[in-house]
Write a protein of this length. Structure first.
Length: 158
């Protein structure tokens, strides 16, 4: 139902709407990361989940609370978020070697790749890349959590 209305928006308005939706997803994702960090209890990866949640909240909060900032600046900030998140995931995966640590490593590599993709390929007006990057990042994070959950279930059964 909203499709025809969205199609009538000019390109810049669609970009603003897309960015608002992505910023909202980042805030919700940050809250979800923090909640799961507290649910993890004594798991050694709590720090990673808390750091990821805080980074998502900061970037999403900036996007929602400071609309006067240019989309380009926020896009490059998203690139920095993905680079830092990817590096942290890689380091923790290699250091902790928890159950199914390879999925965390893969998630970190994908995050770093997406951050580098934005950082190196972004030009003014190339805002379409945001949707692709955020979608891929969310899918990889979801798959990683799914695999970690299966790994923990297997540990509980042993």
């Amino acid at each position: 139902m909203g499709g025809p209305i969205i199609r009538r928006l000019d390109g810049f308005s669609r970009t603003q709407l897309d960015w608002w939706l992505h910023a909202t997803r980042l805030v919700v994702g940050g809250i979800a990361q923090l909640i799961t960090a507290f649910w993890a209890g004594k798991w050694s990866g709590v720090f990673v989940q808390m750091l990821t949640g805080i980074l998502y909240l900061v970037v999403g909060g900036l996007a929602l609370n400071h609309p006067g900032l240019t989309l380009g600046t926020l896009t490059l900030l998203l690139a920095a978020l993905l680079l830092v998140e990817g590096l942290v995931k890689i380091l923790v995966a290699l250091q902790e070697r928890h159950t199914h640590w390879g999925w965390t490593l893969l998630s970190g590599i994908v995050s770093m790749f997406l951050g580098l993709l934005i950082w190196t390929a972004f030009r003014d007006g190339d805002f379409w890349i945001l949707g692709i990057v955020v979608a891929v990042e969310l899918m990889v994070n979801g798959w990683t959590w799914l695999m970690l959950g299966f790994g923990l279930r297997d540990l509980a059964e042993e």
